[in-house]
Design a protein around this ligand. Structure first.
Ligand code: GDP
Length: 253
């Protein structure tokens, strides 16, 4: 595997604008939270969650590491025993976590036994349909290969949620491998495939689309934050009411 240094900013690439800098600073806070093989093993969290999905080798780990400006973060998801797990990372300052990044295992890897593939597709399907705090999905796709059958299935699966407001981004990875004409064509197709969502060219190697993607994810979290805060306040209220409704324990006279 060729390794791409996630922190490299090639000469000639202008420094990020202040908002992009802040968004990248936020992404840099990413740290491992937990890992789970089944949906019900994941903690219930009252924070916006953004899932990264894609076929194996699409460039997902490199993309996450580039956005987080960390060399090894998402490769933790490739450690033996974790490849079939959903790995969660916290975002935001220590004690100030404000979002979750979920790294879902790459699918479609030929060498994976059939029964593991089926089990994994079930877990991923359940996650995408049922995860309550899921706020956005980033689907990574190598535009030279286009969407695979599993990518299409995934799109179908989340379509109802996208229509209800789930954010969606189709990220075209390894864009440095495309000519300008190919890139424009790939974006045209991707916009159609993305339905109500967005499409973006991305290259970890050339640092293309990095600032834009960080800004977009920050925007998703900012937009979702008030609803999460309201829900948390409502829950706190109902806990208070329940507590004040409780009868005092009987006293012996
Ligand atoms: P994953 O299986 O989806 O996590 O994919 P990886 O992040 O491991 O990347 C798969 C392969 O694509 C590796 O050989 C990477 O070095 C390569 N790759 C990832 N991103 C880029 C990129 O932006 N440009 C190029 N040229 N190669 C990339």
């Amino acid at each position: 595997m060729t390794s791409i240094r996630p922190t490299a900013r090639p000469a000639g690439v202008p420094a990020a604008d202040p908002a992009a800098k802040a968004a990248l600073g936020w992404m840099h806070t990413a740290r491992f939270l937990t890992t789970a093989a089944q949906l019900h093993h994941l903690p219930r969290l009252d924070l916006p969650e953004i899932a990264f999905v894609g076929r194996s080798n699409a460039g997902k780990s490199t993309c996450i590491n580039t956005l987080a400006q960390q060399k090894q973060l998402a490769f933790a998801s490739k450690k033996p025993g974790r490849t079939q797990h959903i790995n969660l990372f916290s975002l935001g300052r220590q004690n100030g976590t404000d979002a979750i990044l979920a790294d879902l295992p790459g699918y479609g890897y030929a060498a994976v036994p059939q029964q593991d593939k089926i089990r994994w597709q079930r877990v991923m399907g359940q996650y995408l349909v049922n995860r309550e705090n899921l706020t956005g999905v980033v689907l990574l796709c190598d535009p030279r290969l286009g969407l695979t059958e599993l990518d299409e299935l995934l799109l179908e699966l989340i379509r109802p949620r996208v229509e209800e407001g789930l954010k969606f981004l189709l990220l075209l990875t390894k864009a440095d491998k495309l000519t300008k004409v190919e890139a424009a064509k790939a974006m045209q197709i991707a916009r159609l495939n993305a339905g109500g969502g967005d499409a973006q060219l991305f290259s970890a190697l050339k640092r293309k689309g990095v600032d834009e993607t960080a800004l977009r994810l920050r925007g998703w979290v900012d937009e979702a934050a008030p609803a999460f805060a309201e829900a948390a306040a409502r829950r706190a209220d109902s806990v208070d009411t329940e507590a004040s409704d409780e009868q005092p324990p009987p006293t012996d006279h």
